[in-house]
Design a protein around this ligand. Sequence first.
Ligand code: ATP
Ligand code: MG
Length: 795
Amino acid sequence: PSPTPSPLLANLNPEQLAAVTLPSGHALILAGAGSGKTRVLTTRIAWLLQNGLATPGGILAVTFTNKAAKEMVARLSAMLPVNVRGMWIGTFHGLCNRLLRAHHKAAGLPQAFQILDTQDQLSAIKRLCKQYNVDTERFVPKQLQYFIAGCKEEGMRPGDVPTHDSDARKKVEIYQLYEEQCQREGVVDFGELMLRSFELLRDNDPIRAHYQRRFAHILVDEFQDTNKLQYAWLKQLAGDEVAGHFEPQGSVMAVGDDDQSIYAFRGARVGNMQDFVREFDVERQIKLEQNYRSYSNILDSANALISHNSKRLGKNLRTEQGPGEPVRVYEAASDLQEAQWMVDEIRQLVRSDGVARQEVAILYRSNAQSRVIETALFNAAVPYRVYGGLRFFERAEIKHALAYLRLLENPQDDTSFLRVVNFPPRGIGARSLELLQDAANGAGCSLHDAVSTISGKAGSNLTAFVAQIDVLREQTQGQTLRAIIEQMLEASGLLEHYRAERDGQDRVENLEELVNAAESFVMLEGFGRDAVALPLDEHGEPLTQSPASQGLDLNAPLLDAPLSGPPGVDQDTGETLSPLGAFLTHAALEAGDNQAQAGQDAVQLMTVHASKGLEFDVVFIGGLEEGLCPHENALSEQGGIEEERRLMYVAITRARKRLYLSHSQTRMLHGQTRYAMKSRFFDELPESALKWITPKQSAFGRTAPFSEAASAYGTSARGQFGLNSERFASPPVPPQKLPAAHGLSAGKKVFHTKFGEGKVLAIEGTGDDARAQVSFARHGTKWLALAVAKLTLVD
Ligand code: ATP
Ligand code: MG
C-alpha cells in the first residue's frame, strides 16, 4: 500500500518532490534562483522527521546567514510540532562555536572562550608587535592580520606555511606568537573558530565518530559559497578517508546555484560542487527549472544577463506566471534625485497599490550608497530598516568621525574623548585613562582639561592627542564644513587606519560619504555658500526638498518657505549653531530617530550580498553605473566582471512582482561629483522586458547640453553644480557672487552688545539667512545669525 499523501508534499512539483523524498544517499540540487531550493531543503527535513527517518538530533543544516537560519527554523516549526531548538541548524560559525563549547577541553580551550572580532584581532596583533619589538614599518600589523586570516582559511598552522625567505620566516614567527597569545588569553578569532573545530574533528577519533554516527543527514544551503576549509569541515562530519578514498557515512544534500556565487573574495570555491560530486560519488543530481518567484519579465532579464557569463554549469529557468509588469528603468540626473524618485515611487505604491512597505527592498552594491537613500526616506518620514549592516550614522567608523567632530566643537565632551582618545591606537592604555579619569574627577573638570596634570609617558601621549585636536580646531576656524571634515579625516588618522585594514574599503567609502552628507546638509539646511543658488523645479519654480512632505506651496519663493533649517537662534544674542554644530545635531537626530520599531512595517535596505536567498514583492536596484556596478575594483581582477554579473543576477532575482533599475548621470563619490556612465549590464537585458521611464523633463533639457553645462561650471563650481542640479533636477545655476552680508566680511572688527569686541572669521549665507563666525576676546568663537544679532562695525 502506498503511504498516505502528506500535506507537506502537496505543493511540490515532480522534481521538488523527488528531491524531498530521496532515499538516503548524497545529492546535489543545482538550480537557479527562486526555484525552491531552500523550500526543498526545509521540506526534506520536515519529511524525514515526520516519517521517522531521522530524529531532530540527527540533522545538521548549514545556511549562510543568521537571518536565513532563523527563517528555516521558523518554517520548520510551522510545518511540524517538533522541538527545533535542539536541532543543529545555523551558520558555519555558529555551528563551530557550538562544537567547540561542547568539546572545549579536547579543543584546548576554556569553556568561556571569547570571540575576537576583526577590530579586536588587530589590536591583539599590534600589542604583540610592540611587545616583541617587531618592525611595524616592514611588517604592517594589518597585513599580518590579513596573512594570518588567509593561512587559517587555507587550514594552515604556522608549521604548515612555506618559508622561502627571511621575511616569510618572520611572518610565520609572528603568526606563531599570535597563536600563543590568543591561547594564553583564551580567545579565538573567526578564522580560528572554523579551523579549530575542523582540527577537533580531524584529530579526535571518538568525537568524530560520534558526530558521524549522529548526523545521519547533513544539509547545506548556498553550497556554491562554501570555501575550502568549510568543505573540509563538512567532510569530517560526513565520513573518513580510507586508503585514499573518501567513504561517507551520513547522507549529504547540497543545494546551490553556481550563478549566485558571490563570495569569491572570501575564498568561496564553486569548484567545491564538482569536488563534492566526485568525492562523494554523488549519483543523484536534481535540477529544478521552474521558478516560482518572479514574473517572466523579471526572469527573462535575469536569464539574459547571466547568459553572458562563460563559466557556468548550465541550467534553465522558466516560469508559468505571465509577463507581469515591465522592468522599469529610470535615469536620474543625480544620486539625490534617484533616491527621491525611489521614495516617491514607494509612497505611491504604498498609497495606491496597497503594497506593504516590508515587501519593498532597496538593494545597492556598496554600503555607502545607503546614506543618500536613508536621508530621502528620513525626510519623507518613511520607516525603513537596514539589514546586514548598520544605518549610516550608526556605523562604527562614522561614529568615530563624529566623535572627532564633536571634540572640535566641544573639547569637554568626555564621551567623544573616550571614544577616540586611543582610536586609531596611540599607545594610550586603560591605565593611563584611569589615571586621567581620577584626575578629572578630583579637579571636577573635563578629561580634556585634566590632561595637563598627568605626567610621564602616559601624560605625553595624552598631551599629544589633545594638542592635535586643539591645533585642528584652530586650523579649521572659518572653513567650510566640507573642509573641516576632510581635514579631520586625515589628521585624526581615521582614513589611513581604515585604508590599511583588511576589510577596510567599505569603511573608507563610508567616511568619504560623510563628506557628501555634509555637502548636502549645507545645501538643504541653508548653510554655506551653496545656499545662495535657488533650486528650481522643471517649470523654473523654486523648490525645496520633498515639497509634498512639507506641504509647501511650490509657487512661494524659496526664502519665504519655512526652512526646516538649523535649530535655535538665541533671540537675545543672535547666537546660533555653527554649521558643524548643526550638522552634528542633524546626524544625532537621524541616527536616533527614524529606525523602524521591531515589527513595524518598514522598507528594507541592504546590500546585494546581504539579500541572498531573500525575496520581496518590489525591488529597487540603484546606482547601476560603471565603477559602482560593476564595481571599479572588479575591473582589474580576473573573473571580476563575471562575479559582478552574478551579483546583479542575485539582485534581479529577488523580485517577485516589480523590479526597478536605476542609474544616475552624476554621483557624489569619494567626496566629488562624478559623471557616471550607465552600467554595461543594461546592454545585456532584453529590451522587450524593459520600460524606460523618462523623467518628466530632462534635467538638463532646457539649457546647454549636459556636457557643456558640466564643463562650463567645471570644478570650481562643483559643489554648487552637483548639489543644486542634482537634488532638484534643475538646470545648473552659475556661481553667484555673494552679496555683501550686512557690510561684513572676514577680518572686520565688530562689537556685540553681550559678547563685546570680536573679529569676523567667516560669513555664510545671505539675507535673512546670513551668519557670521566671530572670534570674541572673552567669549571664544561664536556663530551669529546676522538678522538677529546686532553687530556694529568697529574700525
Ligand atoms: P534562491 O536561489 O534565491 O535562494 P531558492 O531556489 O532557494 O531561491 P525558494 O526561496 O525556496 O527558492 O523559493 C522561491 C519562492 O517560490 C518561495 O516563495 C517559495 O515558497 C516558492 N515556491 C517554491 N516551490 C514552490 C511550489 N512548488 N509551489 C509554489 N510555490 C513555490
Ligand atoms: Mg534559497
